[in-house]
Design a protein around this ligand. Structure first.
Ligand code: LLP
Length: 431
């Protein structure tokens, strides 16, 4: 928490707005985004590309957080966006996001989804497999249409948090395999199809990655493939897309590079390889999701009950949990939480912050140093902006949170809280 995030009365401020007041006004659990932070991260990426003087696209991976207001902000900042479903595409469409700046991803896009993408003239389809080539080819013929495509390949690098392995034979459900010749076969198919315009090559090696090496290897690999395909097929890729995955700091022990530093290294690698191969420097596209929205998001909860267990960490229970943030339960993800009314207060105990869902695994934070808390206190969990709301569920028939955008001292409700009637709105009596 920085000094400028504390109000005169000592409360946590988000986007210039008092977090405790937000919690009281909109209720909890509440998701709040500091919109300026979103803008700053997109601008930081942009600045690297401008400095490096290359063609580029920053394509916000909207699976991290998809909402009309989010596409609006991404568009205002000149970003492109990735969608992976009819739902995300529909949301972008309703946000008036320019369809030519949309890329459609996915390892099993349905006919309906592809039709929707073609009808709305999305900018690019990132083709993932042979079935998709056939399906898209049929649809383009039926609709007498054309579309720009890229091929997603499995680069033989599987990156994990804090590590990367290089595997000869990559076992991934995404993309065309290189070793077996799948990728080349796909290229030939696409080049033969006059309705598909082959823009370039895509790879995504993982998410929440801290090491540079994986990205550098992926960038090198993509350039090697581009060079190989130029020699063999006289095809020159115009775009190299290295995906997303730039790690962010969730807890004190995380020490990632700044997201834009990863990008700088990627650009350097691609430039070097281009020079080595005497290859025209391609447009470089990135697809960050987490790094754009993660640090900008806060989950606000109200403290309720408490359970003390002899000799063990007490449970401090909050009014949300795995329904609004599944990441701790699913990935053992770690977060920092502060007391919103006094984020700098001296910690007096270490507690477990437990959710309200009927599941023992619904623990949001396993080890949180906090000052003493009482029912009604507001806790702010930090850096929850990526894959929190977007992975929310109605487990236990809890309504999903509201989402507020805060900027320059103003708060704006961008997703309403679900009501109990919303929850049953699709239910029908058994007849
Ligand atoms: N591009 C592609 C093709 C992707 O599959 C992804 C994420 C991204 C870009 C964006 O990656 P990011 O910059 O956000 O790391 N639910 C998981 C993360 C799943 C990531 C899926 N793909 C989590 O909460 O950690």
């Amino acid at each position: 928490i920085r000094e400028n995030q504390i109000s005169q009365n000592g409360h946590l401020i988000i986007g210039g707005v008092d977090s405790v007041e937000l919690a009281h006004q909109y209720g909890t659990p509440l998701v709040v985004y500091d919109v300026e932070k979103i803008r700053q991260q997109i601008r930081a990426f942009k600045q690297i590309f401008e400095e490096e003087n290359v063609d580029y696209a920053i394509s916000y991976a909207s699976k991290a957080f998809s909402a009309i207001a989010m596409y609006q902000v991404a568009n205002e900042e000149g970003a492109y966006t990735d969608v992976v479903s009819a739902g995300e595409l529909y949301t972008a469409l309703k946000a008036n996001f320019p369809m030519k700046k949309v890329s459609f991803h996915g390892n099993n896009k349905s006919r309906k989804e592809l039709e929707m993408a073609v009808e709305n003239r999305v900018g690019k389809i990132i083709i993932d497999n042979f079935h998709e080539i056939d399906l898209l080819s049929e649809i383009l013929k039926e609709k007498n249409s054309e579309i720009d495509v890229m091929l997603r390949i499995t680069p033989g690098i599987s990156a994990h948090t804090h590590e990367y392995d290089q595997t000869g034979q990559v076992d991934s459900k995404f993309g065309f395999d290189l070793e077996s010749g799948q990728a080349e076969e796909a290229l030939q198919k696409v080049l033969k199809n006059s309705r598909m315009h082959m823009l370039g090559i895509h790879a995504h090696i993982g998410s929440q990655i801290f090491e540079l090496n994986g990205f550098q290897m992926a960038a090198e690999k993509l350039m090697e493939i581009a060079n190989d395909w130029r020699e063999k097929y006289n095809y020159t890729a115009k775009i190299i897309n290295v995906g997303g995955g730039f790690g962010i700091k969730y807890v004190q022990s995380d020490h990632p590079l700044k997201p834009e530093e990863f990008v700088k290294a990627i650009v350097k690698t691609i430039k070097e390889k281009a020079q080595e191969f005497d290859f025209p420097i391609p447009e470089i596209d990135i697809e960050p999701g987490r790094s754009i929205v993660g640090p900008a998001g806060y989950n606000l909860y109200t403290v309720g009950s408490r359970k003390d267990v002899q000799g063990l960490k007490p449970y401090v229970m909050v009014d949300g949990g795995m329904g609004d943030n599944i990441r701790p339960a699913l990935y053992q993800a770690k977060y920092e939480t502060v007391l919103a009314s006094d984020p700098r207060a001296k910690a007096t105990e270490t507690v477990r912050i437990a959710g309200k869902y009927c599941e023992s695994g619904d623990i949001l934070v396993e080890n949180q140093a906090l000052p003493s808390t009482k029912p009604g206190d507001i806790l702010a969990m930090l850096d929850t902006g990526a894959y929190g709301y977007s992975m929310a569920s109605n487990y236990n028939r809890n309504p999903r949170s509201a989402v507020v955008f805060a900027e320059n001292g103003r708060a704006s409700l961008v997703i309403k809280r679900e009501t109990l009637d919303n929850l049953i709105s699709l239910d029908r009596f058994y007849e």
